[in-house]
Write a protein of this length. Structure first.
Length: 131
C-alpha cells in the first residue's frame, strides 16, 4: 500500500527546480510576527506554462516536541497562460511564490510542500528557533 509520505520527493533547492525554498529568519522572538516566503525555482527556474507548472504550495509548522503539524497556508496558482486561443496564449500567468506573516510560541520546523503537474509532489523543511 502506498502512503502519502512515500510520494514526496526532496533534493537541494539550489540544484533542483521543484524543491520549495523557505525564506524566513533563523530565529524570532516568542509571538513576534515574522514574514515567510515560499517559492520554487530560486536558483534553477521552473517553467510556468500551460503544459508544465506548479499548481499549489502548502505551508505547515511543526513545533518541537509536538506530535502534530499545523497548516499555516495553502496557496493555489491557477493561471498558466491557458486560453480559448490555445496553450500559452492567455493573458495571465501566476508566479509560484507566496508570502505570509505568522508568529510562533516555540521553536520548530516550517515544512513546505508543492505540486508540479508533471513531476509530482516535492517538500522541504526549515528550522526556526524562538529566542
Amino acid at each position: 500500500m502506498t502512503k502519502m509520505g512515500d510520494l514526496y520527493q526532496t533534493a537541494d533547492w539550489k540544484s533542483e527546480k521543484h524543491v520549495p525554498v523557505i525564506e524566513c529568519p533563523d530565529s524570532v522572538g516568542a509571538e513576534e510576527m515574522f514574514e515567510v516566503k515560499v517559492s520554487l525555482g530560486k536558483e534553477v527556474a521552473h517553467p510556468n506554462t500551460t503544459e508544465h507548472h506548479i499548481r499549489w504550495i502548502q505551508l505547515y509548522f511543526k513545533p518541537e516536541d509536538d506530535k502534530f503539524v499545523y497548516q499555516v497556508g495553502s496557496f493555489e496558482f491557477c493561471a498558466h497562460g491557458e486560453s480559448t486561443e490555445g496553450a500559452d496564449k492567455g493573458p495571465v500567468y501566476t508566479n509560484h511564490s507566496a508570502t505570509t506573516d505568522l508568529k510562533i510560541k516555540k521553536s520548530g520546523s516550517l515544512i513546505a510542500a508543492a505540486f508540479c503537474n508533471i513531476h509530482g509532489l516535492w517538500e522541504n523543511t526549515r528550522s526556526v528557533s524562538v529566542k
